[in-house]
Design a binder for this molecule. Sequence first.
Ligand code: SAM
Length: 411
Amino acid sequence: HVPSPFFHTPARTQSGALAILHLRKDSLLPVTLGTDSDGGYAEGPVTNTRFGSFPHSTLIDLEWGSQVRASKVNTGSKGRLIKPTPQPRPKHALSEAAADVASSSPARAPILEAGSGFVHILPPTPEAWTSSLDHRTQVVYTPDYSYILQRLRVRPGSSIIEAGAGSGSFTHAAARAVFNGYPNPQQPKKARFGRVYSYEYHQPRVETLREEIRSHGLDPIVQLNHRDVCTGGFAVDSTDGTPPAADAIFLDLPAPWLALNHLSRSLPQSPLNANGPVHLCTFSPCIEQVMATASVLRKTGWTEVSMVEIANRRIDVRREQIGLSNEGLRGVNASPASVDEAIERLREVESKLGKVESKAARLERVRQQAEQKKLYKEGHLVHRTEPEVKTHTSYLLFAILPQAVPEDNES
Ligand code: SAM
């Protein structure tokens, strides 16, 4: 099998590698880098964005994280154009991410002048994939899945069940969390390798995700099953059909309580690990769903039932540019004459107030600094939280099924 680019990133960008183009904050675009010979054009395939055209020949053999300037050549009419995936607006994002991916057709050329824009090229990670993937459903975002995976105690070698798989955002994060090497098909029972048993009942989503899992080299880790878990339970589709022996379960379903009777140790082909506790999390947007699930959990032997809501706030830290408007003098015309006039006016007022460093003196200092082109570094460091956005994603309901005690040990 091909090593997954999510676990084994090549030292530099190379042809055939999955890369994430960072266009700007909250706007990322996945691309598979093409070869020079691809399509028979010297520049290779071309990815067009709102920030210009990027022939893949300019994206290959770079250090990850490099800034790449848009091509100065108008490649719009040459090269094979890669059709960018339309980017729906993520639930939390404030940017107009969708607008950044420009045309894929030569007729609609990049909006910026050729060569004037740039992108950064990043290696694939579950976080970058979550921000850039083609959303077929609502997805679980990084602040939620990082908390969920650590509460579920998922670690290298763990076996985790997830349903439904949806767009595969959680799937990628779970695959990285359990990864401790690739199972050897010749010696399947030799060691316990981490596995993600993923379930989805919507056929087109299964097909799209199966192709993504394969092209990301995750198929030895992720076993995707086409199944309705509420009616059909957690049997696996593979030929040997070995049950998952799950240590952890994540349910992102409209009615998780209906799946719970298939998550019992008393079933003949129980999908649960018999030799340890099992940790469970359900992800539900409404409190009524949480109550229905909690009620079934309490009746079926699950313990430590508790609920958490992640209210994530991003903090934006930046240097504020020094300028007239930041000195509380919005509206003062920046021409030298009017600045002098403003300084004079302020001096008159402030001399009466006897301030130590008057606003006028400060303004004068700012002007001198501006003249010495010291604008940026003299800026005040400020931080702001994102403007109020609706931060509620879902309620996370956790529970633990304790390790089964053999009857003859019960004393
Ligand atoms: N966690 C996913 C992610 O991060 O991309 C998103 C999951 S999406 C919100 C819910 C998915 O559950 C949908 O794709 C839906 O088709 C699937 N689903 C709903 N009920 C199901 C069931 N009974 N069995 C299997 N899949 C189900």
